[in-house]
Design a protein around this ligand. Sequence first.
Ligand code: CA
Ligand code: CA
Ligand code: CA
Ligand code: CA
Ligand code: ZN
Length: 656
Amino acid sequence: VQLAGGNFNVSESVGTVPLSVTLSSLAPTAVTVPIVVSGSADGQDYRLSTTTVTIPAGQTRAIFTLSVTDDQLDELPETLTIQLGTPTGGELGTNSALTVTIDDNDPVLSFARNTDTTSDENGTITVIARSLSPVIADLTVPFTSYGRATLGVDYTLSANAFQFVAGSSTAAVTLTILDDAVVESSEAVTLSLQPPPNTSLGSPGLYTLFISDNDTPPAVGLDLNGLVTGQDFLSPVGDFVEDAAALVIVPNATVVPPGVQTLTSITVYLESAPNGAAELLSAVNFGGATTTAYNPTTRALTISGGSTSDQQAVLRSVAYQNSSQNPMSGGRFITVTANFSASSESRRRKLNITPVDDAPVVTITAGSVPYITGNLPVLVDSGIALTDIENNRLVRAEVTITDAESGDLLSLPSPVAGFKATYAGSTLTITATAGTGNLAAFRSALSRVQFSTTTLGDGARSVSFVVTDTSGLAGVAGATSAPVVRALTVQSPLLVAASPLTSAAANESLTSSQLAPLVHESLARWESAGATAAQLNVLRAATIEIRDLSDPRTLALAGGNTIVVDTNAAGRGWFVDSTPTTDEEFTVPLSTSAARATSGPAVERVDLLTTVMHEFGHLLGLDDHATDDLLGKSLPLGTRRTLTAAELNQYFSHVG
Ligand SMILES: [Ca+2]
Ligand SMILES: [Ca+2]
Ligand SMILES: [Ca+2]
Ligand SMILES: [Ca+2]
Ligand SMILES: [Zn+2]
């Protein structure tokens, strides 16, 4: 008795396998033999039809069956050794055992879905493969792809196989769809799983992705930016922002003559141009197509000549420009008309215009403003001008002394109706009490800004003006003007030379009747020294005030055509010469034009004649001198200085 056949392999899906026990020769009685099973497979993996095989008398073969269980577990191969036991009625042959290896057929592999459709020609799709049960070891499952969509042209794949990780039951591959500009029909790609050995293919084993084209064929007729409804103007093509480069209006326009017609010309028409000649259309000629220059009267340009595609190319280049610095905001409508041989089509587009706030401009008067320390405040620039292209209201003006000294002050004479002014840190800030003010009102306020200082010493100041507007645009901050600078020159007044105060003079107060003869004599002396008729007219027109100047050394000063003389010569007392035409009180000559008194009332007082003559020099445009002549910066007590013809010539040779 022995087994028929040797060792063999079966798949787990094989079902039932017949096995034979044979006799070497006919036996007179039935032969019975037991079957003993061993191996790694257990009762859950197979079933034998019997445990004892009986070969009836008169036969040499008996069949029993091995049924293999097809489970869904991913397993290693399992073995099953069938061993014949000791027979009854026969002897055991040489082939008494065989081994069956059960090869696993799991996992069962499939796609998670069998199809997807994209409505757009871009994006990525994650394709999932799955196994019915978790894989027991890392598993690579290749696939093939085919279809009208072309790998590398219409799509790419992240891998050419699904990689299952041990313990998992899904794996993914990313399919990336490539967008082209070709008008084409829907295309499909199909992936086909290729299960490796000892796995099996489930359902679905194929996955198909349908890729819809997103490129639309040009409509017949005129199409602006893919919108053929005639309502194109409802979606503005874009914003033209003030100062921007020309904006191309219909970069994707298409023109296709209907039927057998041909394209004659294309007209582009700007429906309104509230900014007049600042607004225009332009185009770039292409191929055989040319453009008439934009006509500001008809507000149109016409494209003609060349092929349809030439004219289409020119149409696509049409651009809108607005060079106004104060463009009217809102929309501009543009009509494009394609004139075909037997019909025409028009479409409208809309542009939005966005203005930009330009800063106001401050214009200052040329030249500098003279100021004598201690004098009344001087207007910094009564001729200041303000402009703003949008004529915006202003919120603020700032006037700053950029090189201020400690005694400096900027102010508005109070009150300037409608404005507040605060001087802090060398800056006078002027705001409208109503929050904003118009240009004219701010100009008026700025024209009244005045400067003064108590700081002695010749020098200069720079006064900077800036103003800020309101922009006039919701949510947009205003713009600030570029600073402009008005120059000031600051000069010291005539000072008394260092000297003690005279108590007797403290209560004196010069009168105009005392002053008048000395003014007359000053004029006569300038005339005799050679002043011109024009200069003498300036001096005759001068106003001479007597005022209590607060500085403890200031005797007098000149500004504009006014001379101010201190009431009591800075506390030293004036010497009012009762014989002004002669200098007999001053006996000691100091130079050809100066002398000192050594006795009499002139000695401890300041000479009023010298002081008036000095200030006359300023009215004629002369500056102080560092020397001890008539134009010297300070005047000692008891000293008279007059003027020679030679000195007058020398003074004006410097002035030029
Ligand atoms: Ca299995
Ligand atoms: Ca395409
Ligand atoms: Ca502007
Ligand atoms: Ca402005
Ligand atoms: Zn002076």
